[in-house]
Design a protein. Structure first.
Length: 480
C-alpha cells in the first residue's frame, strides 16, 4: 500500500489505490526518496510536492490513468527529462498535482530510411533518438546541451531549438505526426508520416510548444535527414559581435545549406568553462572577448567543407573579423571544441548565481542587442558579469547575467525581475521575444499579458478551455 495514502493531501479517496492497481509497483512511485528528483527543476528555482509520480509504460495505461485523474478532478504535470529552464515540469507546492513521468514510454517504434522518418515514444532520450538515426545511416539533427537527458516528448512540448535550428529548424519543423492522450483520456492517433497533409486544422501543431497544458504527447513521427559525409568545425576568436555576425554572413552566403550550427560565446563564458569544466582548454592562442563556433556539414562526401572554411576564415582574417582560429583535425577534437560551448550552462551554474534571459531579436540586430543589454545590466548591478552566448545565427542569444564576485547569491537573485525587465525592455524595442526557445513554464507567466495580451492570449485561453475545460493539464504554466 503506498505510504502517501496517509499523507495530508486533498487527493480524492480511492484515487491512489485505483492508480496503484492500474499501473503496478513499477508504474507508481510514492516513497519520498523516489519522488524527490521529480519535485525540483534543473535550475533549482522551484520545489513542489506531489502525492505520487505515475510512470505508465504504454499509451493505453496512460490514457486509463488520465481518465481516473480527470474523473477525480486531479491536476496532472507531464514530465520528461525534467531539464526545463523555466520550471515547466515541476508541480506546485499544493501537493495536489500528480506528476506523470513519460520515461517508461521509451521505445522507438519504427524507423524508415527511405521515408526518412522515425516514430519514437515520448520518453525516448534525445541522444538515443540521434543514435538510432545514425545506426540506420541517417541523421536526426535536433541537438542541445541537455540531449543526454531531455526527451522527445519534452523537446516537442517546449518546441526546443538548440544548436542546429539555423539549418534544420526547431523541434516543430522536425515533427510530422503525433500520438496524444487528451485531458479526458481519449487517445488521438495522429502518427501520420506524410510530408503533405492538408486535412483541416493541423492539430499536431497545437501540442508542440504547449508545454503540457493541452495533453500528453505519447509518441511522435519525426523527420530524419541524409547523414553528413563531409564535416568541418572551426573555433574562432573574433574581433567583436559585429565581426561574429559578418562571419556568419560569409559562411551563409557561400553555402547556406552547409551551416549546421553557428554559435556565439563571450570571453566571460569561455573563461568560466576554462575555470570550472574539467578537460577544457582554450583551443586558440589568442584570448579574446568574443568567440564563435562554425559547424559545417553536408551529405556530399566531396563537398570540400574544410577547404571552404580555410578560404573563408582566411578572408575574414584579412578583413580583421577573425583574430585567430583552429579547425578540428579529428572527431575527438571536434567534440572537445563543442564541449566548450555545451558546458556554458553548467559552468555558469558553478560560478555562482545567474539570471537567464533567453531572448531573440532579428539576426541583424544581435550585436546592438548584446551591446546595449550588457551596458544596461552593468549599470543596473555594478560588478555583475554579462554572459551572452548561443544561437546567433537564429538571433537567439542567452543574455545571461552572472552575479558580482563576492555578492550574496540570494541578494543577487532577489533582483531577478529587475534584470529580466532590463533585458526585455531593450529586446522589446527591437521587436524581439522574451522567450526564444525555453518557453514560459512557471517562470514567465507574468510576462504573457504584456507581451502576448489582447487577441493572442485570449485565443490561447479559448483553445485551452476547449481542450482542457477542467484546467487539469499542467495548471499554473504558460498562463496564470
Ligand atoms: P521537461 O523539462 O521534463 O518538460 C518540459 C515541458 O514539457 C514541461 O512543461 C512539461 O510539462 C512538458 N512535457 C514534457 N514531456 C511531455 C509530454 N510527453 N507531453 C506533454 N508535455 C510534456 N532548450 C532549447 O530549446 N535549446 C537549448 O539549447 C537548450 N539547452 C539546454 C541545456 C541544458 C544544460 C539544459 C538543462 C536545458 C536546455 N534547454 C534547451 C531546455 C529545454 O527546454 C529542455 O532541455 C528540453 O526541451 C526539455 O526536455 P525534457 O524532456 O527535459 O522536458
Ligand atoms: C543553451 O543553449 O546552452 C541553453 O539553452 C542556454 C542557457 O542555459 O541559458
Ligand atoms: Zn539555447
Amino acid at each position: 500500500m503506498p505510504d502517501t495514502l496517509n499523507a495530508p493531501l486533498a487527493t480524492p479517496p480511492g484515487l491512489l489505490e485505483a492508480l496503484a492497481e492500474l499501473l503496478g509497483p513499477r508504474g507508481m512511485l510514492t516513497a519520498p526518496e523516489d519522488l524527490a528528483p521529480h519535485l525540483s527543476d534543473w535550475r533549482a528555482l522551484y520545489r513542489g510536492a506531489t502525492p505520487c509520480v505515475l510512470r505508465p509504460a504504454e499509451t493505453a495505461e496512460l490514457a486509463a490513468a488520465v481518465k481516473l485523474c480527470a474523473a477525480a478532478g486531479v491536476p496532472m504535470v507531464p514530465q520528461g527529462g525534467n531539464t526545463s529552464m523555466v520550471g515547466g515540469a515541476t508541480p506546485d507546492e499544493s501537493g495536489r498535482q500528480i506528476v506523470v513521468s513519460l520515461s517508461r514510454l521509451n521505445r522507438i517504434r519504427a524507423l524508415d530510411p527511405v521515408d526518412l522518418t522515425m516514430t519514437a515514444e515520448a520518453g525516448v532520450v534525445l541522444k538515443l533518438a540521434q543514435n538510432a538515426a545514425a545506426e540506420a545511416g541517417c541523421l536526426f539533427p535536433l541537438s542541445l546541451g541537455a540531449e543526454g537527458t531531455a526527451t522527445i516528448g519534452g523537446v516537442l512540448s517546449t518546441n526546443a531549438g538548440g544548436n542546429t535550428t539555423v539549418r534544420y529548424g526547431n523541434a516543430r519543423e522536425l515533427m510530422l505526426g503525433l500520438e496524444v492522450v487528451l485531458p479526458d483520456g481519449q487517445v488521438w492517433d495522429g502518427l501520420r508520416r506524410l510530408r503533405k497533409d492538408n486535412t483541416g486544422y493541423a492539430l499536431r501543431h497545437l501540442f508542440v510548444g504547449a508545454e503540457g497544458t493541452l495533453g500528453f504527447i505519447t509518441a511522435a513521427t519525426l523527420r530524419m535527414f541524409p547523414r553528413p559525409r563531409d564535416t568541418a568545425l572551426a573555433f574562432c576568436a573574433v574581433a567583436d559581435t559585429d565581426a561574429a555576425l559578418a562571419l556568419f554572413r560569409r559562411f551563409r552566403d557561400r553555402d547556406e545549406s552547409a551551416v549546421r550550427a553557428f554559435e556565439y560565446m563571450s570571453g566571460a563564458g569561455v573563461d568560466f568553462c576554462l575555470k570550472h569544466i574539467e578537460g577544457v582548454t582554450l583551443p586558440v592562442e589568442t584570448r579574446a572577448e568574443h568567440y564563435v563556433l562554425v559547424d559545417l556539414a553536408s551529405p556530399r562526401p566531396d563537398a570540400g567543407l574544410r577547404e571552404m572554411a580555410e578560404t573563408l576564415l582566411g578572408e575574414a582574417m584579412e578583413a580583421g573579423e577573425v583574430l585567430d582560429a583552429v579547425l578540428a583535425e579529428s572527431e575527438a577534437q571536434a567534440q572537445k571544441l563543442w564541449k566548450i560551448r555545451e558546458e556554458h550552462p553548467e559552468a555558469q551554474k558553478r560560478e555562482g548565481a545567474s539570471v537567464k534571459n533567453d531572448v531573440s531579436v532579428p539576426v541583424s540586430r544581435v550585436p546592438e542587442m548584446i551591446r546595449r543589454c550588457s551596458e544596461e545590466l552593468t549599470k543596473l548591478i555594478p560588478g555583475s558579469r554579462p554572459v551572452p552566448f548561443g544561437h546567433i545565427g537564429d538571433g537567439n542569444i542567452h543574455m545571461n547575467l552572472e552575479q558580482p564576485e563576492g555578492m550574496d547569491p540570494a541578494a543577487f537573485l532577489a533582483r531577478s525581475h529587475d534584470i529580466m525587465d532590463c533585458v526585455n525592455a531593450v529586446v522589446r524595442e527591437m521587436d524581439g521575444s522574451f522567450s526564444a526557445e525555453h518557453g514560459i513554464g512557471r517562470l514567465k507567466t507574468d510576462m504573457m499579458p504584456e507581451w502576448r495580451g489582447g487577441a493572442e492570449l485570449d485565443t490561447m485561453r479559448r483553445i485551452k478551455a476547449a481542450l482542457d475545460p477542467w484546467g487539469l493539464m499542467n495548471p499554473g504554466k504558460v498562463f496564470f
